[in-house]
Design a protein around this ligand. Structure first.
Ligand SMILES: [Fe+2]
Ligand SMILES: [Fe+2]
Length: 210
């Protein structure tokens, strides 16, 4: 059953290029870890299916920004899970977690809260920085363009939207564990971009004697 879900997820996520499938794999691992650290009671079958399928509609949103990939993804996942015979009582629980991970509604289940936190954690820190540059490559943006946009208020294009997420000072999390990890991950971001700015302006070449 999970092999079928994994294969389908990979097929959909590969439509986003290099960024997609590895993100889903990290989110899945983060979900498992958060459950352990939070010692919470969840249905792992629901959580793992939701983690694997949470971004199946992301490639559609990329081409049509009006759609919400959480809402559309939940509809796609519902049809897919019914087709492969996923336990019927759990289908809607998976779909709820997928639907609300984009803040379309407040989560009402622990599985949905864990998925939300795992997904957002993967946008932060060194992983977030690396993702920004992968998205930059996919959209033909240079290091200089990324740097310029890091210090701008409004970022709209694909790679720049990620800058908006990584710059949120206190992102909203439902679990204490995710809040703590986020604080640690965030420390590297401004440090990295400051250093990048210095290097691009060759300021790091100046010594105290000059
Ligand atoms: Fe998403
Ligand atoms: Fe995601």
């Amino acid at each position: 059953m999970f092999k079928l879900i994994e294969d389908y997820s990979k097929e959909q996520m590969d439509k986003l290029g290099l960024y997609g499938w590895p993100h889903v794999q990290r989110v899945l691992q983060l979900c498992v870890k958060l459950v352990k650290l939070e010692k919470c009671d969840v249905d792992m079958e629901v959580l793992k299916a939701a983690a694997l399928l949470h971004d199946v509609a992301k490639h559609l949103e990329k081409n049509n920004p009006q759609i919400d990939h959480g809402v559309v993804g939940a509809e796609i996942a519902e049809a897919f899970l019914r087709k492969i015979g996923f336990p019927e009582p759990k289908v809607l629980a998976v779909c709820h977690a997928i639907k609300v991970h984009t803040h379309s509604e407040e989560p009402t289940s622990t599985e949905a809260m864990i998925l939300h936190d795992a997904d957002f954690l993967d946008k932060l820190g060194a992983t977030g920085i690396a993702t920004i540059f992968i998205k930059a490559c996919l959209t033909n943006k240079t290091i200089e363009e990324i740097l310029k946009n890091f210090y701008k208020e409004n970022q709209e294009a694909y790679a720049f939207q990620h800058i908006k997420w990584i710059k949120i000072k206190q992102p909203h999390f439902y679990t204490k564990t995710a809040r703590t990890i986020a604080k640690r991950r965030n420390k590297i971001v401004s440090k990295f971009f400051n250093q990048l700015k210095r290097e691009i302006k060759l300021e790091d070449l100046k010594t105290s004697k000059q």
